[in-house]
Design a protein around this ligand. Structure first.
Ligand code: NZQ
Ligand code: ZN
Length: 382
């Protein structure tokens, strides 16, 4: 096992009716900016629950954070935070609202340049506006990690920041709020969480059996419970299991001491930036491309995954069968697995591969995926 440091300070408040507990977790006297998306929380009653819980606080609202949240939108909220001297941010929505809120929390105190530096240069800040979340979509794990992914319109870029200062103080997780998810978002969430596990697990063995089984526990749960939420969107237990599994898929406990490979996400973000596909839609296609391309490097783990998750017998074609089974699973959920099914062709492949190369990155757990290999992976994902 490799050396590691692990610390995760997020307080999780999980279960039925827990939005009512909000006031206990926000400092008395806070001036709150509540950050929201396009309106799903009005339709499903979450907004009313939050407003009721916050009746003793001074609350301003910021609406209109879009899926794949835009830097330009975030900066409008930053203005409000500075002008109104906001002391607490409350994100109420999916991963996009929460990621935007993390960015706002940092950007409000970034005054030595363009806050886009937080994403493009790994810049940080001396202090932040503390933030909490009411998460309404199980997918990103953003509720228990310090990542945020922000898109910039003017340059068609989508970049991640990772800063421990961006951890939420708490996340409120009521599985009932996910009953209202459109099927497409439920599918996206299951696939996103599945791919998060793969990016931390499908590398090479380092004799870390606990982390392997933590990863496999999440995969098993997604495979068993995912179809249940699609069949019966109001199945509380299945929703709760998916919600908790998605959090575990990206709170980085399973990443402790093991190699990681975030190729699928790095390539997928570029496809969203240039073609507008949902995050998880890109991942389903690219993950299979990465697996096929790296079948030899990832062979031992693919075979282990195939055996433990899908019951595939050991043998020379075990890795191949595990990849096929992954595709069958995605398709059984209703997720497409080829870029061309979304009308994406090769038109931007060169640009995607060059952009990643220009950031000085080599992808993969062996840092063996450069421009040429990215192009090959994209062609395998078509
Ligand atoms: O905007 P509203 O009206 O709220 O509607 C949203 C949105 O249209 C809707 N929705 C959310 N909760 C709902 C609901 N509709 C009905 N009932 C509910 N309970 O769903 C739509 C999608 O929401 P969004 O927040 O965009 O989805 P998700 O949570 O999948 O977040 C995707 C974003 O997270 C980033 C992605 O790149 C993408 O930008 N990621 C963030 C990560 C992180 N912070 O660690 C890691 C991930 O890999 C990912 O990159
Ligand atoms: Zn993801």
């Amino acid at each position: 096992m490799n050396n590691f440091i692990f610390q995760n300070p997020v307080r999780i408040i999980f279960g039925k009716g827990v939005i009512a507990e909000l006031p206990a977790h926000i400092p008395a006297g806070s001036k709150i900016l509540m950050t929201c998306g396009g309106g799903s929380i009005r339709a499903n009653g979450v907004y009313d629950q939050v407003k009721k819980a916050l009746s003793g606080f001074q609350v301003l609202e910021f609406w209109g954070i879009e899926p794949n949240p835009r830097y330009e939108t975030c900066m409008k909220a930053v203005e409000i935070c500075r002008r109104e001297k906001i002391t607490f941010l409350l994100s109420v929505g999916g991963g996009s609202v929460l990621d935007a809120t993390k960015f706002i929390s940092l950007a409000a105190f970034y005054t030595k340049g363009d806050p886009w530096d937080l994403c493009s240069k790994g810049a940080t800040v001396p202090q932040t506006i503390p933030l909490g979340s009411v998460i309404t979509l199980p997918a990103t794990g953003s509720e228990m990690n310090f990542n945020a992914v922000i898109s910039r319109d003017s340059t068609h870029e989508k970049l991640a920041l990772a800063d421990p200062k961006a951890y939420p103080v708490f996340s409120i997780m009521d599985p009932e709020v996910t009953f209202s998810l459109p099927e497409r978002q439920s599918i996206n969430g299951i696939v996103d969480a599945f791919v998060h596990v793969c990016e931390q697990y499908m590398t090479y063995p380092v004799n870390a059996p606990l982390q392997d089984r933590q990863a496999e526990a999440v995969l098993h749960t997604l495979v068993e419970e995912g179809p249940k939420v699609l069949k019966n969107p109001k199945d509380y237990d299945a929703r709760a299991n998916i919600m908790w599994a998605a959090t575990h898929a990206l709170n980085f406990i399973m990443a402790c001491g093991v190699p990681q490979d975030w190729s699928t996400h790095m390539i997928g973000h570029e496809i969203t930036a240039l073609h507008g596909l949902d995050h998880a839609q890109t991942l389903a296609c690219v993950l299979l491309g990465v697996f096929k391309h790296q079948k030899k490097e990832k062979g031992a783990k693919l075979a282990q995954y195939g055996r433990r998750i899908w019951g595939i017998a050991p043998g020379p074609d075990a890795a191949e069968k595990a990849i096929d089974q992954t595709e069958t699973f995605f398709r059984s959920l209703g997720m497409k697995t080829h870029l061309k099914e979304y009308g994406v062709g090769t038109e931007n492949f060169e640009k995607i591969a060059s952009r990643i190369q220009d950031r000085g990155m080599k992808l993969g757990e062996h840092a063996n995926i450069g421009k040429k290999e990215i192009l090959e992976i994209l062609n395998l994902s078509l």
